[in-house]
Unconditional design. Structure first.
Length: 202
């Protein structure tokens, strides 16, 4: 009788141990699933943030420009964004002396030649001297390329290897420039400003 009671007690103890093991394994599995889900969500979020500021292609740049205009509610007649595909046009639109280290260029301007407004986005190679190219653009861009009108202010900055330039009246240029900075999360390089014939730095 004593042996039988001890045996039943032992079986009960084994059952409790097994139950504890099952509970621990279940908790471990649930914890692992939660960790994997959080990791997956973080990866998706990081991927979305990365694509939001990815500007390497012409289509991505055009989307950026459209987003800028949606923010600023710009109102200009016959406004058009297009890729500059010939090397001969690059100095005129960017101020760069050549297309060396240039991957692509997108320009947004009014098709009416009497409106002094130009927004330029230049994607450059990874090994390019971005700061030197920005300065070259600032110094050489022709603010008087329109008929009887001149751009009052030129703003230049960059997000990684994407150089952004906008020139127009101060009232028109500044909102576009600020919208660009906002859309790239404020992750920009040195800010260059040119007013009239002067070159200053922010």
């Amino acid at each position: 009788m004593k042996y039988k009671i001890e045996k039943e007690g032992l079986n009960m103890k084994n059952k409790v141990i097994i139950l504890v093991i099952i509970v621990v394994v279940a908790i471990a599995i649930i914890g692992g699933v939660l960790v994997l889900n959080n990791s997956s969500e973080n990866n998706v979020t990081e991927g979305n943030n990365s694509s939001a500021t990815s500007l390497g292609s012409v289509e991505e740049v055009k989307t950026l420009i459209n987003n800028i205009y949606e923010k600023t509610k710009i109102e200009l007649a016959a406004l058009e964004s297009r890729e500059i595909e010939t090397a001969d046009e690059i100095p005129f639109y960017t101020g760069l002396k050549s297309n060396e280290n240039v991957k692509n260029v997108v320009v947004s301007e009014s098709m009416m030649s009497s409106i002094a407004y130009s927004l330029v986005v230049v994607n450059v190679n990874e090994d390019a001297d971005v700061e030197a190219m920005k300065q070259e653009m600032l110094d050489n861009i022709d603010t008087r390329k329109w008929i009887c009108v001149e751009a009052e202010t030129v703003y230049v900055t960059n997000h990684n290897n994407t150089i952004f330039l906008v020139m127009a009246s101060e009232e028109l240029a500044k909102p576009q420039y600020d919208a660009f900075k906002e859309l790239v999360g404020g992750e920009i390089g040195k800010e260059l400003v040119r007013k009239a014939e002067e070159v200053t730095f922010e």
